[in-house]
Ligand binder design. Structure first.
Ligand code: AMP
Length: 213
């Protein structure tokens, strides 16, 4: 399975990428997670990405393409992959095609998760994560058993620094301007699969699986 997940922030790409990769025994690459971990570790990548992330802007293409190239060089692409959060611009999509070609792979399915904007803002503003183990929660849809405490490790739950309303609006505008054109890009190649990203994670997963398996 060689799949990329497209969709605005908060459309459920992270949740579905994890499930897809497990089910298909494929490599999962989530660029947002890779960047957040680099920021926490204070690496050069983290230091150069942090400002863009906090402002809700995209990290420059050259940095992101370098990061994915490095990840693809390390892993066996042939056994399949699920990319979540990459590509986000046409330049990244073109670079991805070239990089995969070098590894004997290609994007088979570009899955677009369709979620209405008001639902996205509600999802993102209620999202929380454990500061210690990074387990995900939602104040309304999947609250922890004890307020502000992780069910798994007891760590404190925090809000991602880019999940405040002003930055959410900025990220949605950036998605519309830079990433939404990829829908046409993959549609022209005949590999775009549209899936309604609402109705609960199980339903969404079943809809994705029926399109890509
Ligand atoms: P995400 O967790 O996917 O919402 O990503 C969080 C932030 O990481 C984004 O708002 C961007 O600042 C940055 N980011 C993640 N993936 C990319 C990418 N492919 N290109 C540029 N910036 C990215």
């Amino acid at each position: 399975m060689q799949v990329i997940l497209l969709g605005p922030p908060g459309s459920g790409k992270g949740t579905q990428a994890a499930r897809l990769a497990t089910q298909a025994k494929a490599l999962r690459l989530t660029t947002g997670e890779l960047l957040r971990s680099a920021v926490r570790d204070g690496t050069q990548l983290g230091r150069s990405a942090e400002g863009y992330m906090n402002r809700g802007e995209l990290v420059p293409d050259a940095v992101m393409i370098g990061l994915i190239q490095e990840q693809l060089n390390r892993a066996a692409v042939g056994s399949g992959f699920v990319l979540d959060g990459f590509p986000r611009t046409t330049a990244q999509a073109e670079a991805l095609a070239t990089m995969l070609c070098q590894h004997g792979g290609r994007v088979e399915h570009a899955v677009l998760l369709d979620v209405p904007e008001p639902e996205i803002v509600a999802r993102l503003s209620g999202r929380r994560e454990c500061a210690a183990c990074h387990a995900g929660y939602h104040l309304r849809f999947s609250p922890p058993q004890v307020v502000d405490k992780c069910d798994q490790c007891g760590g404190a739950l925090i809000q991602r620094s880019d999940d405040n309303e002003a930055t959410i609006r900025k990220r949605l505008a950036v998605y519309a301007a830079a990433t939404a054109p990829l829908v046409d890009f993959y549609e022209r190649q005949g590999i775009l699969r549209r899936v309604a990203g609402v109705g609960g994670p199980d339903l969404v997963f079943a809809a994705i699986w029926s399109q890509v398996s």
